[in-house]
Design a protein around this ligand. Structure first.
Ligand code: KIV
Length: 272
């Protein structure tokens, strides 16, 4: 059982490593705008990820590939204005770090300078090692992301569980160790077998934050709109819905339409 072991007024990358060594699980959720971030932060979530899942959730794209660096900076700066406690991690979007380490550093610097985010997240292992090193050398904390990496969806072909085969599992373990060695402060492991995820978490000192990676890791992340049940077409096995906001919001909107049509809204108390 892991409950809060220490009261963090502000969560930093150091707090996360400390949480892991104290056996305290880390909570992480996404947010892309001020209002949602204020609620998520106020509820005591440790890390807010300004994920490139904004491409799906906010903009309605099929994949995370189309979102731009400017758009990520816009979302991240809205989130930053809302928070008092959480650590804010911002995804570097597809196309802004894959070509070369200099471009990667420029993108990371833009995120830090223009949004005020606290750290960046990047998808991939040894293929992007030099880019991660360059960003770390500039003093910018980096969270890795292994397993199912949605920016490579066209290489994988599907969103199914990754690293079920020994060869891919071995590469993932090597990549995770390399990310720790070069100085990443945490790693997201997405959609991999729980046994493998636990093995990785147990073998590293930096926290492993899972999504669809079982409960043997050091923390969990979900896309907020999914866990609130605002989206209803996305139903992976790992998703726990804490609310059914799709139904609740639909009910509210329908009631509003009815009230407006019936001239029941506004009533005498709701006008000047
Ligand atoms: O973009 C995102 O929301 C993510 C999480 C799924 C980890 O990367």
């Amino acid at each position: 059982m892991s409950t809060a072991k220490k009261d963090y007024k502000r969560v930093t990358v150091k707090s996360l490593v400390e949480m892991k060594s104290n056996g305290e699980k880390i909570s992480m959720l996404t947010a892309y705008d001020y209002t949602m971030a204020k609620i998520v932060d106020g509820a005591g979530v440790d890390v807010i990820l300004v994920g490139d899942s904004a491409s799906n959730v906010m903009a309605g794209h099929e994949t995370t590939l189309p979102i731009t660096l400017d758009q990520m900076i816009y979302h991240a700066s809205s989130v930053i204005r809302a928070i008092d406690r959480a650590l804010i991690v911002v995804d570097i979007p597809f196309g802004s770090y894959q070509s070369d380490p200099k471009e990667a550093l420029r993108s990371a610097i833009r995120i830090m300078k223009e949004s005020g985010g606290h750290a960046v997240k990047m998808e991939g292992g040894k293929e992007i090692k030099e880019s991660i090193k360059r960003i770390l050398n500039a003093g910018i904390p980096v969270m890795g992301h292994l397993g199912l990496t949605p920016q490579s969806i066209y290489k994988f072909g599907t969103y199914t569980v990754r690293a079920k085969e020994e060869e891919e599992a071995q590469k993932l373990k090597e990549d995770a160790l390399m990310l720790e060695r070069i100085g990443c402060f945490a790693i997201v492991l997405e959609k991999v077998p729980a046994k493998l995820a636990k093995e990785v978490a147990d073998s590293l000192t930096i926290p492993i934050i899972g999504i669809g990676a079982g409960n043997g890791v050091d923390g969990q992340v979900l896309v907020t709109h999914d866990m609130l049940g605002m989206t209803h077409e996305f139903n992976p096995r790992f998703l726990r819905r804490y609310l059914d906001l799709y139904t609740e919001m639909t009910k509210a909107f329908k009631q509003y339409v009815t009230d407006v049509k019936a001239v029941d809204f506004p009533n005498d108390n709701e006008q000047y």
